[in-house]
Design a protein around this ligand. Structure first.
Ligand code: NI
Length: 165
């Protein structure tokens, strides 16, 4: 058990595409998942974490929207290996933050509903249909696996990015 150090911008790790994780040994993968989940829960209001944010360029995300102060429909803890968005519909604009960009938030347009396929921690295929806030978190975390940050998604760095108080 250990808390992992959060990588922040401008660390180049955050801009690299991550490698598939399904071929990792089960022991290494379960340890990483365990530590990422513990690290996510350690940071107040953190509802998702992607492996590049802890310095590992692997396609692993953990998400738990129940950790958000406001209630949202959700699947509880999601641990996704090699997640892929298979469909997306609708649009919503929302404010996003990221542990790797500690001083800023930004307005980002995301799909309102998505389907994701992935492997679960036991190696079994999973399909998630998510909407609203949980769908946004999924899109944000899966972006990290392709080296994309919310700052890359704002339409204007001048009007859609805000300094945290
Ligand atoms: Ni993030």
């Amino acid at each position: 058990m250990s808390l992992l150090k959060i990588v922040t911008i401008p660390d180049p790790i955050l801009k690299l595409p991550s490698q598939p994780a399904h071929e990792l040994s089960r022991e290494v993968l379960l340890q990483l998942i365990h530590d990422m989940t513990e690290t996510m829960r350690h940071h107040p209001h953190c509802v998702g974490l992607a492996a590049p944010q802890v310095g590992r360029n692997l396609r692993v995300v953990v998400i738990d929207v129940t950790l958000h102060p406001k209630p949202h429909p959700n699947h509880g803890l999601l641990v996704l290996i090699d997640p892929v968005i298979t469909s997306a519909a609708g649009k919503r604009l929302g404010r996003e933050g990221c542990l790797s960009i500690p001083d800023l938030t930004g307005n980002v347009v995301r799909a309102e509903r998505i389907s994701v396929r992935a492997l679960g921690p036991d190696g079994a295929a999973v399909k998630i249909d998510a909407g609203g806030f949980e769908a946004v978190v999924l899109q944000h975390e899966i972006d990290h696996l392709d080296g994309i940050l919310f700052l890359d998604r704002v339409s204007s760095l001048k009007t859609d990015v805000f300094r945290r108080a």
